[in-house]
Structure formats: structure tokens, C-alpha cells
Design a protein around this ligand. Sequence first.
Ligand SMILES: [Zn+2]
Length: 375
Amino acid sequence: MIKKNILAASAFIILAIVSAAIIMDAKEKQQDEIGMQPIRTTPIGDKKLESSITIGAVGDILIHDRVYNDAQTSKKTYNFKPMLEKITPELLKPDILLANQETIVAGTSIGLSGYPAFNSPHEIADALKAAGVDIVTTANNHALDRGTEGQIKSLAYLKKIKMPYVGTFTSAKDQQTIRMMKKNGIKVAFLSYTYGTNGIPIPKKQPYIVNIIDKNNMKKEITQAKKQADIIVMGIHWGNEYERFPNTDQKELAQFLVNEGVNIIFGGHPHVLQHMEWLTNREGKKALVVYSLGNFLSGQDEEYRNIGGLASVTIKKTIKNNKTEIQLENPSFFPTYNYSNKEKDYELRPLEEANDKRLKHSYKEIMGHMMQRLQ
Ligand SMILES: [Zn+2]
């Protein structure tokens, strides 16, 4: 009898709790519905909606053996984070940051290697991610240095750490998927191509492995990207090594890309900086090209090859009278210096605070070089 009473009492308590939960749920729902009421169904009229983002990019991450040896912490582990520490606050400023991962990051399982057929430790990708890099371009002349196997292993690692990549791909479907990012209501598409792969042929069975510069393919992809994006960013590997000014092919291709709909071009490969410039497309809209961002982190010597930097630009999106306008504003450059001492102590420093007596080229000279065509 007593047992039954307890049972009845507990049944009542359970029922009470359940109904309270249902009532609370209904209440929350009601509040939600009330909260939804102010949403207007009438048109915005001539009200202006504005939003903006900044997009930045850094140049080639070219990890020679002397750089990864300097980053080694135990037999098979590496740490590149200290090399990026001094410039990380600057790298965190753009809303979206792109870097050119020139060397594959397949890690120790296939054996690390430096020049001329590179394979870098996984940890370089970890360090870039920690320093604020949001996406890497992988279409480079070193993309097939360690064969398609090396490239696929490298992409598997990038996938594992959720680092988006563009320019090399694991399948035809992967290649056809446009890389999109959205911030503050602005949709950005990223594309990437290289002039070649140092003479290493692309296997017939894996034509998707790397995007090679081809106007027809580029045009098709740009048309595709335009349907999804407000802004198209092209990371491109081109130009002549060690030349501080773009060649005629770069200029002609840049104008072609801009005419087709690319808004921002970030170039790489010459290992030295080439200036930024406004181009105008067929509709009279401004687009920005940075012909070469130079090396960012590398084991190269010679001073200009150790000066790179972060280029950035603000994108403003305005919606008025149901019309969307995109404008590029405030292109800027933050030069960096790839410090080392006798192939050790590699570290990126702001050029302005490089604090190295060996430096012959000043912050002012480099800024002048980069900004000369922007006035
Ligand atoms: Zn290159």
C-alpha cells in the first residue's frame, strides 16, 4: 500500500515536471514569435545598407631545409610559431587572410626535403593557421615536387586541420567546387592558378591535381564564381624570378582577368616584391593587382628576397534601391623582413622595426616601390 502511494506520488511529480517543461517550451516559442513580429515585409525603399571587409594576402611560404632544421624541436617535431610571432598582430587585422603555400606540407611520413624538390613539415600549416591565415593557395611551380602522392598527402593534412586550400585538388569534383567565404554579408570567391610545375608532367589520370594558367579555363571558372560571389580573388603564380617589375605577360593576363570579372589579384613566384596597381575593367570598375608579394618565409638569401609583406584592401558593399555596388578602397602594404643569422634564428619582423644593421633597403624605399603606381 505504502509502495503504491509512493508510486502514485512519483508519477504525479514526473507529470508535473513534464507539463512545466511543455509550458516553458510553449512560452519560449511564443516569445520567439513575438520577437519575430518586428521584421518588416515592406520594401526597404531608398534606405542604404552598407558593409565592409578587409582582405589581405602574404607571399610565398618556401620552406628550405635550413628553415625547417631551425624549427625542429625533437626528432620528428617542428614548431614554426615563434618565427611568425612578431608579425602575428598584423596578420590578425584583415577579416580574411590568404597565404601562398609554395611547398607541399606532406610531413615526415614521406621524408622532408628542401630545394629543389620540397616537402615541408605539417607544422608550418599549423603555424599559419594559428597566425590568422584563413586560406592557402597551392597552385605553384613546386606543386608536384614530390609527385601527385605528395600533393594529395599535403591536401589531406590541410583538410585535417580545416585549412581551406585552392589551386590543387584531390578530385575533379574538388576542382569544380568554388572556394567561398562570407563575412559581414560579403561573399568572396577564391581562385588560384600557376604557370607550370617545373617541367613535371601532370598525370593524364589526374588532370585536376593542379590548375594551370589557361585563359579558357580561367574564363569559365570566373563566370561560375560570379554567380556566387560579390568579389573574386585570384591568387596567381607567374612572372620572372628576381625581377622587381612585372613582365608584359603578367600585365596582359592581369587585364584579361580583370575584364572577365576578377576584383583582386595577388601574385607570387618572382621571390621579390612587384608593385600594386589599380586596373580598370571593361565597365570602368576598379580592380587591384599586386603583381608579386615576394617571399614571405623562406631560406633564400639576398636582401630583396627577404623582404615581403602583407597587402590588404577594403571591400565596401552598398545596397541601395535594390542595386548592389562593390567598391575597393584603401589598398595598403605592411612590409616584413625575413631575418636569419648564419642560416639560423629565422624570424619574420616588421621591416620598420627590423633592427638589423645589415639591411641596406629602408622601409621608405620598399613602401615607395609598392605604392608607386597607386597615386
Ligand atoms: Zn614559385
